[in-house]
Design a protein around this ligand. Structure first.
Ligand SMILES: [Zn+2]
Ligand SMILES: [Zn+2]
Length: 160
């Protein structure tokens, strides 16, 4: 009887097709609320990243959405950690919530799914760094699964 509490949500999830030109405005915040953001243009088609950096940083595979026009409030609590030669990651130094990845110096953000106020607006459309995914879990669904090398190549970055 424990499964009786599961509510039917059929019909909703599949109405939202991935289309990069359907950008939406979204809001979000960290766990404690010291840092919040508004994002004018969010691509609702998320990528799941299985790389070891994301897993260490978020506590699991990261689900995140590309965004532009992002404005933060509470920047006194927003700390940026340089996580690689080209990437950096922002988090709240009061509660520790991981909030975004971005290329260093870029004004385009990859915002973490967990920080959005309306996460139902977003949907996984692909996976990256599939070659670093541990065997502990799998995502279902028909979508692209790129290795780290394939993903970097799609960005025009050649790893050394
Ligand atoms: Zn916080
Ligand atoms: Zn990653």
């Amino acid at each position: 009887m424990s499964e009786d509490s599961k509510e039917s949500t059929t019909g909703k999830a599949h109405e939202v097709g991935h289309s990069a030109d359907e950008l939406t405005a979204e809001t979000g915040r960290c766990l404690c609320g010291a840092v919040s953001f508004t994002a004018a243009q969010v691509d609702p088609g998320m990528h799941a990243c299985h790389c070891s950096n994301c897993r260490r940083w978020t506590g699991g595979p990261s689900l995140s959405a590309n965004a532009a026009g992002v404005v933060f409030e509470g920047t006194a609590y927003l700390t940026v950690y340089e996580s690689s030669a080209w990437g950096e990651r922002g988090f709240c130094r009061k509660c520790g919530s991981s909030l975004f990845f971005r290329l260093q110096g870029s004004d385009r953000y990859i915002l973490n799914h967990g920080s959005f106020d309306n996460p139902d607006h977003l949907k996984v459309v692909g996976e990256i760094y599939i070659d670093e995914k541990p065997s502990s879990y799998d995502f279902q669904g028909e979508h692209k699964r790129l290795t780290g090398e394939e993903f970097l190549a799609s960005l025009g970055i050649t790893p050394e």
